[in-house]
Design a protein around this ligand. Structure first.
Ligand code: FES
Length: 64
């Protein structure tokens, strides 16, 4: 599914670029693109948040 229409970026590509990303700009940089209209930025931020939550979950499991 396309998340960023302006750059034709799909959810899978953005999710992969979101791993350990510090911010939305870094995700776009990893994809070799720049945000344009900005409508997708909240969704990309959510992908970063999901990635962090998954990492925290993995760390918690590893600590147990
Ligand atoms: S939809 Fe992503 S910049 Fe426009």
């Amino acid at each position: 599914m396309y998340v960023c229409i302006c750059n034709a970026l799909k959810d899978r590509e953005l999710a992969a670029a979101s791993n350990d990303a510090r911010n939305v700009a870094e995700v776009f940089r990893r994809c070799g693109r720049r945000p344009q209209c900005g409508k997708c930025l909240p969704d990309v931020a959510k992908l970063i948040e999901n990635s962090r939550e998954q990492q925290n979950g993995i760390c918690k499991l590893a600590a147990e």
